[in-house]
Design a protein around this ligand. Structure first.
Ligand code: HEM
Length: 151
């Protein structure tokens, strides 16, 4: 059971972390070079719509499996959680909150601004999304390093 939960947890983490890697290091720099601001904004509405739906699914899996692994692991260890587990749980929750802002604040604003052709507003919202994605990318790697390196 623990093996299946760890596998699902890892799979969801790969979807989220891999998607952010692709966005930050391939899609974003390529779109900035190859497209004018307006077609780029229309592309990003479609890209983010799809990616953020996947991330929502990944978050449901990460929280359900992570919560279960944490709870059962602590019980087995007599109420003691390794430091790396606590760091992951705390950073995981911060990442989920940051994603909430990305999806329900930044992306909602971005979509509305693109639909209304309010380009300066769209650029501001895209900048906010980018900053929070960078934050989540860094926190995700810190959490993964913590679970593997801190005992
Ligand atoms: C509240 C949220 C989370 C909790 C409570 C949690 C909990 C845990 C626990 C207890 C483990 C250890 C499993 C074991 O060794 O048996 C683990 C492993 C792991 N977690 Fe999380 N996690 C959370 C969020 C995340 C997030 C957001 C990511 C990355 C996006 C992530 C990526 C990983 C990875 C890569 C492992 C290593 C799996 C392996 O050993 O192969 N977790 N997590």
């Amino acid at each position: 059971m623990v093996d299946i939960l760890t596998f699902l947890h890892l799979a969801a983490a790969i979807v989220w972390m891999g998607g952010m890697t692709f966005m930050l290091f391939a899609l974003r720099p390529a779109a900035l070079l190859a497209l004018e601001a307006q077609p780029r904004a229309r592309l990003m509405v479609q890209v983010w719509q799809r990616f953020f739906r996947l991330v929502l699914g990944a978050i449901v899996v990460l929280l359900a499996t992570g919560g279960h692994l944490f709870g059962s692991g602590m019980k087995a260890a007599g109420g003691h959680a390794p430091l790396g587990w606590t760091v992951m749980a705390v950073l995981g929750v911060v990442m989920v909150l940051a994603f909430g802002h990305i999806n329900f604040a930044g992306f909602a604003k971005f979509k509305r601004a693109v639909a209304a052709a309010e380009w300066p507003l769209a650029a501001k919202a895209a900048g906010q999304i980018h900053t929070l994605v960078v934050l989540n990318f860094v926190l995700g790697w810190v959490a993964i390093a913590a679970i593997k390196l801190l005992h």
